[in-house]
Design a protein around this ligand. Sequence first.
Ligand SMILES: Cc1cc2nc3c(=O)[nH]c(=O)nc-3n(C[C@H](O)[C@H](O)[C@H](O)COP(=O)(O)OP(=O)(O)OC[C@H]3O[C@@H](n4cnc5c(N)ncnc54)[C@H](O)[C@@H]3O)c2cc1C
Length: 523
Amino acid sequence: MPDIADVAIVGYGPVGQALTLALTRQGHRVVVVERGAALHPLPRAVGFDHETARILQSLGIADTFPGYTAACSRYEWRNATGQVLKAFSGLDQMGLSGWPDKLTFCQPELERVLDAEVRAGGHAEVLQGWEVVAVEQSADQAVLRARPVAATGAGTAARTEMGVAPEREIAARFVVGCDGANSFIRRAMDSRYEQLGFAADWLVVDIRPKDPKRWNADLLQICDPARPTTLVCSGPARRRLEFMLLPGETKESMNTPETVWELLRHWDWTPEDALLERHAVYTFGAGIATAWRAGRLLLAGDAAHLTPPFAGQGLCAGLRDVAALAWRLHHVLTGDAHESLLDSYGTERAPHARVFTEFSVMLGGVICVLDPQAAAGRDAFMLGPGKDAEDRYPDPHLSPSSVLHAGDPHGGELSLQAQVRLGGRTGRFDDVIGGGFVLIGLDQDPAADLDAAARGFLARLGAHVVGIGTGCDVEDVDGDYRRWFGRLGARAVLVRPDFYLFGAGEAGDLTRALAASAVWRAA
Ligand SMILES: Cc1cc2nc3c(=O)[nH]c(=O)nc-3n(C[C@H](O)[C@H](O)[C@H](O)COP(=O)(O)OP(=O)(O)OC[C@H]3O[C@@H](n4cnc5c(N)ncnc54)[C@H](O)[C@@H]3O)c2cc1C
């Protein structure tokens, strides 16, 4: 590896893996430092949404989905007597991003796929079993100090026959802390978690039914004050059960196979008909980092935001961070943009992540009720006056920034991906046309609306410029683009590499407005 990497990533969980892949695919030199000697084996995320699926598609792994994902149609919240308090339906319908609204999956399987892709690419150095213990930054680089972790436990320098194993210094132009909820990099940045008011201990269990017929795709929250319980699908052939710990129960006493089987028996699972794959106790929490960038140091994933799992959004937010950060780092590293482009990352992402965390905290407040009287009051409200309450997931826009079209109501809105046909090839837009910046015109070639400077600017960004619909090479297979443009009331859209709209309007205006942002260096 060269002496200075483009990016050093601390933490090789799914967010670190995805960011490594996104950056190396664009030709950047990445070094990753991960404390664990192997990939994390324990149960965690079970669901991701359509936007996350599109991000994973952009990393080139969508063809692996059938092996470890499953679609589910409905997410129900029931009380102790089985009445439905709340339901999210239509989850298997095609979402805006060209994938089902929700796919269930098995996180260790996804991590294996991401890791295999990173290794197949061969452009990243992945140091597993090394812990970052210090970081310093200067005007043009950041330097990590890492120590090998002894087999006896994290945080201890390995001893060799010669004494303590040598430390390593890793210099990089930027460091991204993807180092989870207890992030070392966050602390080094003097950023802290703003607590968003949630804490509860849950026992999380993954099983594999021995008889495939006993597997189902149900997603249920049982809001029973005697034992709040989650029963969900975690991809093909797997079921996830989660049990809230009650007062007096300890993590140690609950996290045993005996206790797990006792709890599973209540739901008709016994060692005769299921394999116990994994179990762990987690303290679910909620928080958001007060700063996402300090000079050459940045945060992504759980290091930047922690979300209770009730909305299935923690990893989704982390992968949105990856999509948002990868294109910014790319343009800064290539010299197209000033480092100030990186400031817009937290400006946009922090409020967006907060919406989902607060939504998840709200859902957690519904299920984590242990007092029978309070639960009865909740049920009466949700079945009575509250029964028409919003039953959709939030759909926030990004907050205004230097790389969103000022004053444009569609700037920061998620863009559509649907089926298109070009030259005999039919498929999802990103597969057929490509990713990155995309200027799309409806029933027109948007290039016709651009002067030489605007064309040159888009060419410099590597943007695709495409017309779709009547008289254009790209066919709108199901009419989805026509309906979408109709809703936007626009003839052209400028889509950013993270799939959010820079804006909607006229091609020339949009391109000139993006080019005028102070984040770009002169050509
Ligand atoms: C029970 C449960 C259910 C969940 N369900 C969902 C769901 O359905 N949908 C969803 O989207 N999300 C869900 N989540 C959240 C999701 O699992 C997390 O958001 C995701 O795993 C975070 O990934 P990450 O890469 O940011 O962090 P992590 O996976 O925590 O990785 C951080 C890595 O950094 C390493 N590290 C830390 N410090 C150092 C250091 N100093 N030096 C080197 N390495 C270091 C750690 O060893 C670790 O491997 C769930 C979480 C839990 C616990």
